[in-house]
Design a protein around this ligand. Structure first.
Ligand SMILES: Cc1cc2nc3c(=O)[nH]c(=O)nc-3n(C[C@H](O)[C@H](O)[C@H](O)COP(=O)(O)O)c2cc1C
Ligand SMILES: [Fe+2]
Ligand SMILES: [Fe+2]
Length: 399
């Protein structure tokens, strides 16, 4: 017999855990896996909230089958988000339940048509509209560009469970757990922040708008499409989202450097030591060739200070450092304090381009950007120390 997990008497989790995929969106490492959460509301009319990635169709269908009595069917599929990790089984669901009605907003159906074609029964809903299932009533909260144009949330007004789509989601599988009060929340925060910074982080304004909207809604549970369901510590995840979307960072410094032959790295080591000697407790070092951008971004999301180091490479930045710089510009990360260093042998190119980046992103700069020539000598290390000292002073003094 299948033991489905319940959010309430009639609302079931019918999600899956993905421990196989190495890269989410073929891009972001899934070292701890990910869950695709989907839900079934059983009532006079049965409604599915989202589906799962297509590779998990068998498990998804099995869970639905085990919860339906003989002759029962699915009446509605509520589509909060059309990204394929949630809409993967959409077409197959309509084949399994031919009379099902697809429910979404007008943007949802542009995507439905584009990805899958036309369907017999569709219902286009707007903000605040209701859909009665019997004892349960659904209403809809639009959250455009969080993180796709069609994204929305669905509130079940009887239980006050809010199905939030990717918002409040996380990497990391649900290993026998389902709810926030069943885990040590500290152990989840890194993967929650990595998910936010990697997947949703470009849309900080939209996050703030959604948080404002949520203040007007009475909610008992937040049920996202990935990770934990929040029924006890709702304010914990709401506060984290508030901090992450307002650049409310912690007193630490991330050093990201590239280095082929160790010269730039030696400068990074001196800077790290300088930060510690000047009272910074959290110093995180990333060799950009080794750490995945995903983890670097997540640490940058957490801490106020960032020190970037690059050797010159064919008149430009060292490629992995360049990747990071491009990403930070795309994400329009705000309010960090920046230090710059690097090394070169002839006409340079690394530090020059980091300075260009600093001008375009307009963060506060510490000390002078420093480039060592040939190899770093005592004077160069002094300049690195200066960067560390000024960074420590500003970071520690800024809050
Ligand atoms: C493939 C390659 C390209 C380079 N391009 C430049 C360059 O355009 N301008 C320059 O001044 N130095 C250039 N250099 C020299 C390095 O930037 C310099 O040796 C630097 O100190 C290396 O730092 P690292 O020991 O941290 O790798 C290049 C070196 C390599 C291997
Ligand atoms: Fe998504
Ligand atoms: Fe997702």
């Amino acid at each position: 017999m299948f033991h489905s997990q319940k959010l309430s008497n009639k609302i079931h989790w019918i999600g899956v855990n993905d421990r196989r995929t190495h890269l989410f969106e073929n891009l972001w490492p899934l070292d701890k896996g990910i869950s695709y959460n989907a839900y079934l509301i059983k009532d006079k009319k049965n409604a599915l909230i989202d589906t799962v990635d297509i590779s998990f169709t068998e498990s998804y269908f099995e869970q639905i089958d085990s919860l339906l009595d003989k002759g029962e069917t699915i009446d509605y599929l509520i589509i909060n988000h059309m990204e394929p990790d949630h809409s993967g089984v959409l077409k197959l669901i309509t084949m399994k339940y031919p009379d099902i009605t697809l429910v979404g907003n007008k943007n949802t159906f542009k995507f439905v048509r584009g990805f899958f074609g036309d369907f017999k029964n569709t219902r286009v809903i707007e903000e605040g509209e209701t859909l009665n299932l019997g004892d349960h009533t659904l209403t809809f909260v639009m959250t455009p560009m969080l993180h796709w144009p069609e994204t929305m949330m669905t509130l079940e007004t009887n239980t006050k469970i809010l199905f939030t789509g990717d918002v409040f989601g996380s990497f990391q599988t649900l290993d026998g757990v389902l709810f926030d009060d069943e885990v040590d929340l500290c152990k989840w925060e890194d993967e929650q922040r990595r998910y936010y910074s990697n997947i949703v982080g470009k849309y900080v304004k939209q996050t703030q708008k959604a948080l404002e909207k949520l203040k007007t809604v009475s909610v008992s549970m937040l049920a996202p499409t990935h990770g934990l369901i929040w029924r006890t510590n709702l304010n914990h995840i709401i506060n984290l989202y508030d901090r992450w979307s307002t650049n409310d960072t912690e007193n630490g410094v991330v050093i990201v450097y590239g280095s082929m032959y160790g010269r730039t790295e030696r400068m990074a080591e001196i800077i790290a030591r300088g930060l510690i000697k000047n009272g910074i407790k959290d110093v995180i070092m990333h060799d950009a060739s080794k750490s995945h951008l995903s983890y670097i971004l997540s640490d940058i999301w957490k801490y106020r200070g960032l020190i970037l180091g690059s050797p010159a490479y064919n008149n430009g930045l060292y490629p992995p450092v360049e990747d990071l710089v491009i990403k930070l510009e795309q994400l329009q990360v705000k309010d960090r304090i920046l230090g710059i260093f690097g090394s070169a042998t002839w006409s340079g190119g690394g530090v020059k381009n980091l300075i260009r980046f600093a001008e375009s992103i307009s963060w506060q700069m510490v000390a002078h950007a420093h480039e060592a020539k040939y190899k770093p000598l005592e004077d160069d290390y002094q300049s690195c120390m200066k960067i560390a000292e000024e960074m420590a002073k500003i970071v520690a003094g800024s809050r």
